[in-house]
Design a protein around this ligand. Structure first.
Ligand SMILES: [Cu+2]
Length: 334
């Protein structure tokens, strides 16, 4: 994820973070040291407060779709998975190669009205126009007593907010969306990452059996980022795996009270993420992920999580299950 770093500097000093915290807690007169750096010696290797500059190309795709890509001709649905560490700034030069008004609007991070990506704030790209959007992030800040102001860390997402309507309804419908992860230093990094967007009756704008098949080898640490869009309410279910319903999906100790789930609401505009060890406790196989609204799963909102053997070979029964899935007739729910 640092591949795109062009220049880096400390955009926000420790001092200014403290000042920000002091402002937030000012009325209560609390001192406000940041605690985000208390996790020293983390496996995550980014320096504090770097600015990463990337260029994103918005392009029209076959099938009346639109996508974001990190290079010309490489737009995809969903768009590229963007990552940053708390404290980092992402400076995005969005090149609009299309004949449509569009933008890029993030969830979860900090931005000015100029980077809002909404026509409401006159923040969008006209057809053919290039515009820069700046997404900032910050670490958790101690407030009064035992309280903390949340940092930016989370499984977030970004999407168009200008095509078709002032809410980007046409852009979202046509594929202008993607995942955004803000990590806390010390977070465990995954070996594989899957972005799953439940959008109307589709997954990543596809319906079964054309929906994505995600693959991992037994024991690999895989990270799922689930995003909801459109006009329907969904529930995301993953077979044979479970996660803690918190920021990371992992428990922080034996007394961590986080609820452990294998099914979670995934409604328009919401997102969550988690990591699992592929096939942990259940073994390899072709496992299903799907929307658990029955008319939606019947209607094509299902896909395969193929957990291969640790050596990458196919486990018994998996080929047959995949074949069964591909031959399966889905009725279209309304
Ligand atoms: Cu659904």
């Amino acid at each position: 994820m640092d591949d795109h770093a062009v220049g880096s500097h400390r955009h926000l000093s420790r001092r200014s973070l403290i000042a920000t915290g002091a402002l937030a807690a000012g009325a209560l007169g609390a001192s406000a040291p940041t605690i985000g750096t208390a996790f020293g010696g983390s496996p995550a290797r980014a320096a504090a407060g770097v600015t990463k500059k990337i260029t994103i190309y918005a392009e029209q795709l076959p099938g009346n779709l639109f996508g974001y890509g990190l290079a010309p001709g490489q737009a995809t649905v969903p768009g590229p998975l963007l990552e940053m560490y708390e404290g980092d700034t992402l400076e995005i030069t969005l090149v609009n190669t299309t004949n449509q008004r569009l933008s890029i609007h993030p969830h979860g991070v900090d931005y000015s009205t100029e980077s809002d990506g909404s026509p409401f704030n006159a923040s969008f790209n006209n057809p053919g126009e290039t515009r820069t959007y700046v997404w900032r992030s910050h670490e958790m800040v101690a407030a009064a007593g035992r309280r903390y102001m949340p940092g930016s860390a989370g499984y977030w997402h970004y999407h168009d907010h200008a095509m078709g309507t002032d809410h980007g309804t046409a852009g979202v419908a046509k594929g202008l969306y993607g995942a955004l992860i803000v990590r806390r230093r010390g977070d465990i990094l995954p070996e594989k990452q899957f972005t799953v967007v439940f959008h109307d009756m589709m997954i990543n704008n596809l319906m079964a059996p054309a929906t994505p098949m995600f693959e991992a080898n037994l024991g690999q640490r895989v990270e799922w980022i689930a995003i909801g869009h459109g006009n329907l309410f969904h529930t995301f279910h993953l077979h044979a795996h479970r996660w803690a319903d918190n920021r990371t999906g992992m428990l922080e100790g034996p007394s961590d009270p986080s609820l452990v789930v294998d099914n979670k609401d995934l409604n328009p505009g919401s997102s969550f993420g988690f990591q699992v060890l592929a096939g942990e406790g259940v073994g390899p196989g072709a496992w299903m992920y799907h929307c658990h609204v029955q008319t939606h799963s019947d209607g094509g909102m299902a896909g395969i999580f193929l957990v291969r053997n640790a050596d990458g070979s196919m486990p018994p029964g998996a080929e047959e299950a995949i074949h069964r899935f591909q031959g399966h007739t889905h009725t279209h729910g309304s």
